[in-house]
Design a binder for this molecule. Structure first.
Ligand SMILES: NC(=O)c1ccc[n+]([C@@H]2O[C@H](COP(=O)([O-])OP(=O)(O)OC[C@H]3O[C@@H](n4cnc5c(N)ncnc54)[C@H](OP(=O)(O)O)[C@@H]3O)[C@@H](O)[C@H]2O)c1
Length: 301
């Protein structure tokens, strides 16, 4: 058996140290960070990694695709897949901006809370995603909708929310996702945040770090809301009053909160397992769907 080598193709100038360390912890003997990647570089890099170890040795070579520019990473993945052909195929792990594993971990944790606290499944609920048109939010919308939830994607740029709703509805073949305007800053709110959340059993925030999206004052008025969750670990959290490490504890009477550290623990374990799978596989892409399966397995739902 050869050394397990992972080529980390990143659209960022400096490939994420977080991901580099997780790749080592997942079992790589060596990680080769290829940062500042342009789309024109991808095919040649992949071809160059395909041949030296021959059809048998290639099994010990893996690619990880990451970077903050998620759309660009999707294109990198597409070019990498198209560059390969049998028997020279390399397994690929895909988790740009941590969005696949973070959304997977959050939706799995919400599914567990909904089951344990409300005795329901995702197909019984409506969920509002505040700042839901970003990398994590849009992927969470897909997972919630795929599992049967009705989803409100709240965003300050309504066109972005409309785009997410259209794409997810097309993917699942049903109209389960709808857009809603939610102002970026709560100081500009004229009742839109309440309107977007008032019919939902679950409200999650996937906003940029340090931005309050749901003040306690509004949460207290949401009669239907029973579970809240937040992926942002930089204070203040998107859901006011939520504890970082809350693991379905009551935030206010009857409302259970899932904090970013609880989600982050599952995210990290899911990323480790996702990369481990890719490292130990001959070929295939290990991305969003696989991350969700792993996250559900990890939380036991
Ligand atoms: N817990 C974990 O393990 C983990 C892992 C990865 C990421 N995260 C966190 O997940 C969150 C979402 O990540 P992401 O990559 O999806 O973020 P993103 O795409 O950059 O932003 C998400 C949304 O936040 C809003 N936003 C952006 N810039 C803003 C600003 N300056 N002020 C107020 N709102 C702003 C936008 O929504 P609107 O257009 O609606 O305003 C945007 O669509 C971040 O807080 C990130 O730190 C957590």
């Amino acid at each position: 058996m050869g050394k397990k080598v992972v080529f980390f193709l990143s659209t960022d100038k400096y490939p994420s140290p977080f991901d580099v360390l997780v790749i080592y912890d997942a079992g790589a003997d060596a990680v080769v960070p290829c940062g500042g990647l342009e789309l024109d570089d991808v095919r040649d890099l992949v071809l160059d990694a395909m041949f030296p170890r021959g059809p048998k040795g290639i099994v010990d070579t893996t690619i990880f695709i990451g970077g903050k520019d998620v759309d660009k990473c999707e294109k990198v993945l597409d070019i990498a897949k198209r560059a390969m052909f049998p028997p020279f195929e390399i397994a690929i792990a895909f988790d740009p901006a941590g969005a696949c594993t973070t959304s997977a971990a959050m939706v799995a944790k919400v599914a567990k809370a909904v089951k344990e606290k409300l005795d329901k499944s995702l197909s019984d609920i409506t969920v509002t995603i505040l700042a839901g048109s970003g990398a994590v939010g849009s992927r969470a919308a897909l997972l919630f909708a795929k599992d049967g939830a009705r989803v409100v994607v709240g965003a300050s740029r309504v066109e972005a929310a409309q785009k997410v709703a259209k794409e997810v509805n097309e993917k699942i073949g049903e109209e389960r996702v709808r857009p809603a305007f939610v102002p970026r800053s709560i100081s500009e709110d004229k009742g839109e945040t309440y309107e977007a959340c008032k019919d939902s059993d679950v409200v999650v925030s996937t906003a940029a770090p340090g931005v309050i999206k749901l003040p306690l004052e509004i949460l207290k008025k949401l009669d239907k809301c029973r579970v809240v969750a937040d992926v942002n670990a930089v204070p203040p959290l998107g859901i006011e009053g939520l504890k970082m490490d809350s693991d379905s504890e009551e935030l206010i009477p009857g409302v259970y909160g899932i904090g970013p550290l609880s989600i982050g623990n599952v995210k990290l374990q899911a990323e480790l397992k996702l990369i481990e799978k890719a490292i130990n596989s001959k070929k295939g892409v290990f991305g969003h769907e696989e991350a969700y399966d792993l996250a559900k397995e990890l939380v036991g739902v």
